[in-house]
Design a protein around this ligand. Sequence first.
Ligand code: NAD
Length: 440
Amino acid sequence: MKIVIVGTGYVGLVSAACFAELGHEVIGVDIDAEKVRKLKQGISPMYEPGLEELIRSGLKTKRLSFTTDLIPVLPHVKILFSAVATPPDDGYKADLKAVFTVAETVGKYINHDLIFVNKSTVPVGTGAECEKRIAALLKKRGVSCHVPVVSNPEFLREGMAVTDTLMPDRIIIGINGKAISDKRQATSIMEDLYRPITRVGKPLIFMSRESAEIVKYASNAFLATKISFINMLTELTEKTGGNIRDVAKGIGLDNRIGPKFLHAGIGYGGSCFPKDVKALMATSREYNVPLPIIEATDAVNHHQRHRFIELIKKALPKKSHIAVWGLAFKPKTDDMREAPSIDIVTALAKEGHTITTFDPVAMDRAKPLLPKKVSYSTSPLAAAKNADAVLLLTEWDVFRGVDLKDLKEVMRGKKLFDGRNVYEPEEVKGAGLEYHGIGI
Ligand code: NAD
């Protein structure tokens, strides 16, 4: 099937490369000319395991191509995915400018039936609004073709994006369609498109467009709530002599709860959880429907990050030398959007501390977001040289493997702040270091 994917970011590019791998003919469109230039050469603009290989293979088989210009592509496709960004606006509502730009381009230029698939994370009702805008433009031009808008939210995890796209837990499709024939046609096209994945037993689930739009926010908010729930308990375990890791294990082994997303730490970051939780809060205000658990999830996450900053401020004299291990919001990605490291490093630099950082892949992206006086190192131990304290902010494997005795040797001080509860306190103490975990 010939498809166009508009927006070649973390979601659009991975989808494009994977659809090409699955045998479809895919054109990726992006307004960022530099990104498209690199993509045409087979260079991935972001770090994502396995992605560059897929891009190169797609270019080689000619099933994958890239352009900056959507309009000339439109006559050749019957399905368009919009995967543009939906960042938070000033009031934390999702900014839908890019989504509406794509919808309006379709409305202005399309002359044949097309399925418009929204892959971006968008508030409930956005699909209906896109459909309305497209229909109004078609009417104005006197063109009578059908452009149903389908919701197909994305659930990939950065760092695992290729695997998640090829082997998803589920594919959610939201279709309304005023005319029954539109609905039937859209359903059958989506079934054909995803057949290579449903063939290996992955479920394709149809529902209303509104339900599909809500599923995406509900999934992210639920996962964020699990994180905030365990983080909420860390102050209690600290004050009472409990250990949050034992508590998490104790509750996570209950099948009804499960162990995932119960790792206490400095809280969630990234391009999705913070923005989607806040966007859901904005939707709750818009519809005047209270969502108190979601409000609390956001508040706990904010509190947790600032509690960590306060802990370090109290523990270290001014003008200390701090090594920061890990900058990306999570391992296996160079994505710095809403990474806790930004607030933490900025607050500590403001206190007058000297900061040297190391991250395996995110340092280039981090530089414009961190204070200028922060320096960047070539390895965990090089960053820790002469440091009074080491802060672990992202649980990359490379930090798990550091020999703690070697770390003690290169440091000037002894404090290890484990923002992700990666190390065994006894092992750290055994190496002659002081251990400061979260909720331990
Ligand atoms: P991104 O910022 O990495 O990519 C968006 C791309 O769209 C950019 O390359 C940008 O240049 C391009 N773009 C913007 N306006 C355009 C236009 N008018 N025409 C063509 N291209 C345009 O964003 P992302 O992380 O891929 O996220 C995209 C959407 O998917 C968001 O709604 C996000 O919430 C959602 N999502 C993201 C993830 C994730 O892990 N990143 C996971 C699931 C869902």
